[in-house]
Design a protein around this ligand. Structure first.
Ligand code: PLP
Length: 395
């Protein structure tokens, strides 16, 4: 008996309940097809919406940045780690988002867990959407603010919870995912902003899955709803549609200056490296110049959804390219994923509790701009036959 005996027990429990998901090792660059176990597989579950993770121009920009600036930033941003690339990227992001200013972090998770505690503290209150991303939940916990959860997409509930609790906090913050990452539905941001204005509350949207996907040229959810400037903090990531690594918040210039003195990932974790910073800049340049990738992403996703609906699958309430194929049962979802992988060379990871609620296990398909019509058809056909075989669709 060692002190770590409990680890074995926990792993056994995970396996018994169908929650021990295999982690595949990818032996190639990201793209529509990737190499796993020495074999090419159709990749249907990356967040590389626009294919920018392996875009030749973006690769070139990253290499050039290494030649000029080396591989490491050398320090935390506040001491000796802020280089010219960070400053240029921050200007570019602010312009792209139609906001006054922006701050670049090393990742989206850090943007949330660093920014939220800088905005609210223990005298304050956060109104948090029920399905918010884990990094928001962590940020709220780290802030020590009290937390009131409102129901998913339910503005009556938000209004009710705010009427009850707003006065108990000094400052107030309403925080929501823009696009919900496991369901693909879109937060009613306009209504949220109106409620916030009535109750004297700040607003914060995490647009990780809206960046590069929603709005003009992929400017994100605020542009999509014509709300630019009315949401106090727009947060996003560079690891999804933008194809690289890093996160940011955009907001007014004073707020950004304050974050530079308060946000712990800015003060206590080394800066984003030159290659990633330059890659992000090039990706945004590509997005600004041309929206053909964006249009291809949407047409692929419409084709995929139509095919799967016709085949009898439950796709929930998705309004974006995120395509959740909701199976429900955890073990059946793992079997479906295995079947697609073995019989059809389709890589589509199962998603189970705690990433989604118990009993809503799913395969979340992520079409991209670099998938071909054949890739989409192949996916629909494979789901159709696997769904029948495993008794999921019954058609
Ligand atoms: C992926 C994601 C994050 C984290 O972003 P990273 O840059 O990968 O750390 C934060 N919020 C949401 C909603 C996400 O989907």
């Amino acid at each position: 008996m060692t002190s770590l005996e409990w680890v074995k027990d926990e792993i056994r429990e995970l396996k018994d309940s169908g929650r021990f998901v295999p982690i595949r090792i990818i032996e190639s660059s990201q793209g529509a097809w990737i190499k796993i176990d020495g074999k090419m597989k159709l990749n249907m579950c990356s967040n590389n919406y626009l294919g920018l993770a392996n875009n030749p121009e973006v690769r070139k920009a990253a290499k050039e940045a290494i030649d000029e600036f080396g591989v490491g930033a050398g320090a935390v941003r506040s001491i000796a780690g802020t280089n010219e690339l960070h400053a240029r990227l921050e200007e570019k992001v602010a312009r792209f988002k139609h906001m006054e200013s922006s701050l670049v972090y090393q990742g989206g998770l850090l943007a949330n867990s660093g920014t939220i505690p800088a905005l609210v503290g223990k005298e304050d209150i956060v109104f948090s959407e029920e399905l918010n991303h884990a990094s928001i939940i962590d940020g709220v916990r780290l802030s020590s603010a009290s937390r009131a959860v409102f129901k998913h997409m339910d503005m009556e509930d938000l209004e009710k919870v705010m009427a009850e609790k707003r006065k108990s906090g000094r400052r107030s913050l309403i925080i929501t995912d823009g696009v919900f990452s496991m369901d693909g539905d879109i937060a009613p941001l306009k209504e949220i902003v109106e409620i916030a204005e009535r109750h004297d509350s700040m607003t914060y949207v995490d647009d990780a899955h809206g960046e590069g996907v929603l709005g003009d040229h992929g400017r994100g959810i605020c542009d999509h709803f014509k709300l630019s400037g009315r949401v106090d903090v727009e947060m996003g990531t560079f690891s999804k549609a933008v194809g690289s690594m890093g996160g940011f918040v955009a907001g007014n210039a004073d707020l950004i200056e304050l974050l530079k003195r308060k946000a712990r990932p800015f003060l206590f974790s080394s800066a984003l490296n030159p290659a990633d910073t330059a890659a992000v800049m090039k990706s945004i340049e590509i997005m600004e110049k041309d929206d053909s990738l964006l249009r291809k992403l949407w047409s692929n996703s419409e084709k995929l959804k139509k095919g799967l609906l016709n085949a009898g699958f439950n796709l929930g309430n998705s309004k974006t390219p995120i395509t959740p194929v909701i199976v429900g049962d955890e073990k059946k979802t793992l079997l479906l994923s295995e079947e697609l992988y073995r019989e059809n060379d389709i890589f589509a990871s199962p998603i189970v509790f705690p990433t989604v609620a118990r009993g809503t296990a799913r395969i979340r398909l992520m079409p991209s701009a670099v998938h071909s019509a054949d890739d989409i058809n192949r996916t629909v056909e494979a789901f159709e036959s696997a769904g029948k075989k495993l008794g999921i669709t019954g058609k």
